[in-house]
Design a protein around this ligand. Sequence first.
Ligand code: S3P
Length: 454
Amino acid sequence: MIEPATLVGEYTATAHASGPLSGKLRVPGDKSISHRALMFGGLAAGRTNITGLLEGEDVMATGRAMQAMGAVISRENDQWTIDGTGNGCLLEPQHELDFGNAGTGVRLTMGLVGAYDMKTRFCGDASLSSRPMGRVLDPLREMGVQVDAASGDRLPVTLHGPKVTAPITYRVPMPSAQVKSAVLLAGLNAPGITTVIEPVMTRDHTEKMLTGFGAELEIETDDNGVRHIRLQGQGELTGQTVDVPGDPSSAAFPLVAALIVPGSDIIIENVLMNPARTGLIITLQEMGADIEFLNRRLAGGEDVTDLRVRASELKGVVVPPERAPSMIDEYPVLAIASAFAEGETVMQGLEELRVKESDRLSATARGLEANGVDCSEAESTLMVRGTPGGYGLGGGLVATHLDHRIAMSFLVMGLAAQNPVTIDDDRMIATSFPDFTDMMTALGGRFAQAQTQR
Ligand code: S3P
């Protein structure tokens, strides 16, 4: 149901307490896999066909960048077709590559083309321009890439690779799939073996998909659980068929909404269940969530399932730091679930949340406080004390700081809180989940958007 906004601002949106959510939905394709499908398809020789691609703004920015470097991309009905250049054959772009809000797009593409003997300039929006790029620029410098960056290794960045790229061995200093991937992608253009040492496993889509496209890549896990990923550079990559499963990080929003809106019972179809992405589901189950896996299956080399989710009485838990990499994008919405749970939830090991699309730890804590939730934020920890039933919660305005996941998390909160929850700006939702409001409305969610400028 669309209602007039309670608070008029150009891009504000408000969520109101809703009746039980019910029905089925299919969330958009996984963002991580979608970026990689366009990149690897654009790089590989021959044709790549992609179905289920996330058509969000972040992924489209990656597509435009690949086009600017020689990939030919077209779309017919739901299928995307890419004719790639062949490994080592990307062209020098004639303009700067604008990645908008997309951290994964810009960091992986810096790895992909930074090692080429050509000039490439990268830029992005205010959020992306405030995020650290040094974590990717440092290993590229070791490989011989000339870097010209704004102060603090921020965007805009210009890269110029050497005549011959040096393959390196790089131990990733923080758990980051983006850094791991950027080094491996630069290694595609280096003679010899590039090795990434990953002490804490992060999402492995780059390794899986590069292998699928024909790269020579081997992974060894030592006795301490440290992964050694070795890639043979300058190999041939060949176009593939990629069927992108639903994004568990997007499924997280209807999932938590159904758990906290009393009487809800929904099915979320076709959700990726890669073990490096399931930390939220494990945590919610520990909290007492009623989540059933239906029709668990293998699709395109990934574990996929339909999730049946019913409203549940949740209890607070301690979420250990070692779980963070498998749910790094899901803490804001877990904090919302925790606000409706009995007792305290303590989330540890959150230092990486400070450098996401916003400082997500602080943005989440401020949003909770504005809506009457008892919480406390420490350097890398968030504690939330819940109010089962949501009595007295809501009524606040949340600053989203150009962060799609903060925006969606607090709209979910508004569906179950006693009072409405308003966010200052809903435009960034289109980066990862363009139909979020429509899909949630179809389940029974009540939203109001400001009518100006739409
Ligand atoms: C991603 C890795 C994660 C995640 C991001 C997507 C990827 O970032 O937060 O949304 O696709 O590799 P970090 O590598 O910074 O942890």
